[in-house]
Design a protein around this ligand. Structure first.
Ligand code: GLP
Length: 253
């Protein structure tokens, strides 16, 4: 099930990718009868959120106020054992990127609470809150170097639900930069929205930038969907867009 060419958008660089993703976010925030946004963290999303802040800043105050008043989002994941205010938590990253600059309340910008005393109960609570909000509208996704989306680590089928899980050594290495470069300091477990809820979103936008992602992106796009590559299940979604820069597609600058 290869991705049709009109669903693969190729941009020159990460900045241009960010602008294209922001077009989609603004469209989703403006849509009537919208469902919550599904948001991601990670280095790929930093320029996206910077571009979103700039774009919103340029709107008339009344229009910006209306878009922000209607904001509702659920993030994909966070580490178990880190309080929301731990600087390396995804909570803190979202507060820095969007919550504080845009004035969004915690009820608008939701994440699973990795600091909750009972993580299993927190995963169930988060899944219920997401279902009660009507499920996801546009879901933004980054790509792990081992093919994970959210923290759905391989091997993983398309039916897995929101849950606690153990992170792979590869993912702890990939995310070590936020922990002083030491993979051992990266928490061992996380809460993630499941592939089941992700695949039930109205539309999916997979954002991939940089040459380090070229090998895994090539494998994902080649298909077929398989448990060894969780992101490959996205290919079966009727409204998937992949927005990538030339480097992530292995193309010369
Ligand atoms: C992380 C997160 C994902 C993120 C992905 C890519 O581990 N769990 O939500 O999208 O891996 O991260 P990055 O953008 O830093 O490469």
């Amino acid at each position: 099930m290869p991705l049709s060419q009109d669903r693969l958008l190729v941009e020159a660089d990460a900045e241009a990718v960010a602008e294209r993703v922001v077009d989609r976010l603004i469209e989703a925030l403006s849509a009537a009868g919208r469902r919550p946004l599904g948001l991601a963290t990670g280095r790929t999303m930093e320029p996206v959120y910077a571009a979103l802040r700039r774009r919103l800043e340029a709107f008339e105050p009344v229009v910006r106020g209306r878009l922000l008043a209607g904001w509702s989002s659920f993030n994909l994941d966070d580490y178990i054992g880190l309080a929301a205010d731990h600087p390396a938590s995804f909570h803190a990253a979202m507060d820095r990127n969007l919550g504080e600059p845009l004035g969004l309340s915690p009820a608008q910008l939701r994440l699973p609470d990795g600091g909750a005393p009972d993580p299993e109960a927190e995963a169930r609570r988060y899944a219920r809150a997401l279902a009660a909000a009507g499920g996801l509208g546009l879901q933004l996704l980054g790509l792990g170097e081992n093919g994970h989306v959210g923290f759905n680590e391989p091997p993983c089928g398309p039916g897995v639900i929101t849950r606690c899980l153990r992170l792979s050594a590869a993912t702890r290495r990939q995310n070590a930069a936020a922990f002083g470069g030491d993979p051992q300091r990266v928490p061992e477990r996380a809460i993630t929205v499941g592939l089941s809820e992700i695949l039930a979103a109205r539309s999916l936008v997979l954002v991939v930038t940089g040459a380090s992602k070229a090998p895994i992106l090539r494998r994902v796009l080649e298909g077929p969907p398989q448990e060894a590559l969780p992101a490959s299940w996205l290919l079966g979604h009727p409204d998937l867009s992949v927005i990538a820069d030339r480097a992530a597609l292995g193309l010369e600058g």
